[in-house]
Design a protein around this ligand. Structure first.
Ligand code: FAD
Length: 381
């Protein structure tokens, strides 16, 4: 892949860079907890939206800029470089919107896409269940037809941002007789109904980023089915592919920033020589991940979708982030373990990296089987 930007790509970068320089977000709230933090990110999304920068990769007919893949990568790099927060509705912008663009009806696109972009309606992803994570297709939440509605009952878990969400991308079993992957349907569930109870789960970081969802006979109209009854597995794969491609690119940029911060900290504390080897190794890893992420774009350009190599980026990123934050404890010292310190947050939050968006073990299986062509794993009966 040629990484030299064309004049058009350079112009795109310069325009965004100038806008970001002139439009810094409000200062991060120091109190008010997670709610205040979320409101701050929502306000930031609104400002991006007003200037046409909320989702440049979306086609112009849906309010985006029709940015090319390279321009989208430039967008994430510049957003990272400016150290501004992620837009509040990140799952709607990167996962939900693109899924609707592929599978949604014209009415669904018209109804749902504009408030995703402006951040007026937040989206969450209701896929995982207590007994269905890596093996998602074994999920048990069931949907039963009742007139023009579906009645849904079950439990979801690890639903990020559910406490702020209006809509949930919900995969449920609509046919218990069909084969595992075939009896699933993808719904848009209105979170504002008594039948849906959201219980936050407190994490090791102290925040409650994700939740349990208890769904007791929630009603979802036919009109909120995405991609047709029984087609939920295929629609869910579109959501998951967008998760790995879009978020993956943004995360490797954040990793680079953390490493730059750590190198600066080591220099400030006179520890560059002592930790030089470890920092150099992290630098090499960051560069490899960056180049692999760009290579992933070439695959999308060539084949129309991300290849299985995307799993390599996710695995290397999560492993490197855990090593980096661990090294930070040695360099920063005991204060890195003090609650409220940003390095302490990074260290604790990194533990979940090897689980979220596909566990390391599952990613290694994908790489072994689909990249290296090794024999498939045989599980003893
Ligand atoms: C921070 C965070 C945010 C999340 N946000 C969301 C969200 O918004 N929406 C959502 O739906 N989900 C979300 N998740 C859930 C996430 O997708 C699941 O945790 C993940 O898919 C793993 O599923 P599980 O937790 O059920 O673990 P399991 O699948 O039960 O795995 C348990 C262990 O077994 C291993 N294992 C499982 N299968 C295999 C295999 N075939 N070969 C080898 N080893 C295997 C796993 O690697 C793991 O170590 C989030 C998770 C985290 C940590």
């Amino acid at each position: 892949m040629d990484l030299t930007f064309s004049p058009q790509e350079t112009a795109f970068r310069d325009e965004l860079r100038a806008w970001l320089a002139a439009n810094a977000p409000a200062p991060e709230p120091s109190d008010g907890g997670e709610d205040a933090h979320y409101a701050w990110r929502r306000d930031w999304q609104r400002r991006l939206y007003d200037a046409g920068w909320a989702a440049p990769a979306w086609p112009t007919e849906y309010g985006g800029r029709g940015a090319s893949l390279t321009e989208s990568a430039i967008y994430f790099e510049e957003i990272g470089r400016a150290r501004v927060p992620m837009a509040a509705n990140v799952l709607g912008l990167l996962l939900g919107g693109p899924t609707l663009m592929v599978w949604g009806t014209p009415e669904q696109k018209e109804r749902y896409l504009p408030p995703i972009l402006s951040g007026e309606e937040i989206w969450c992803q209701g896929f995982s269940e207590p007994d269905a994570g890596s093996d998602l297709a074994s999920l048990k939440t069931r949907a039963v037809k009742d007139g023009d509605d579906w009645v849904v009952t079950g439990q979801k878990v690890w639903t990020s941002g559910a406490q702020y969400s209006k809509w949930c991308m919900l995969v449920a079993r609509s046919d218990s007789e069909a084969a595992k992957h075939k009896g699933l349907t993808y719904f848009l569930m209105d979170m504002e109904q008594d039948a849906v109870q959201v219980r936050p789960l407190r994490q090791i970081t102290g925040e409650a980023e994700f939740n349990e969802l208890f769904i007791e006979e929630a009603r979802i109209p036919d009109a909120n089915i995405v991609g047709g009854v029984g087609n939920g597995w295929k629609v869910a794969l579109t959501t998951l592919m967008n998760e790995r491609a879009g978020l993956g690119f943004a995360l490797q940029i954040r990793l680079r920033q953390l490493l730059d911060d750590l190198i600066a900290k080591a220099a400030e504390r006179g520890m560059l020589e002592r930790y030089g080897d470890a920092l150099a190794e992290l630098h090499v890893r960051c560069e490899s991940i960056r180049l692999l992420a760009w290579k992933g774009l070439t695959d999308v350009e060539r084949y129309g979708q991300p290849g299985p190599e995307g799993s390599l980026v996710k695995w290397l990123w999560s492993d490197t982030n855990q090593r980096l934050t661990q090294l930070a404890v040695d360099i920063v010292g005991a204060e890195a373990l003090t609650s409220g310190e940003s390095w302490s947050y990074e260290l604790l939050r990194a533990r979940g990296n090897t689980i979220e968006g596909g566990t390391t073990e599952v990613l290694k299986n994908i790489i072994a089987e689909r990249v290296l062509g090794l024999p498939r794993l045989k599980v003893a009966a």
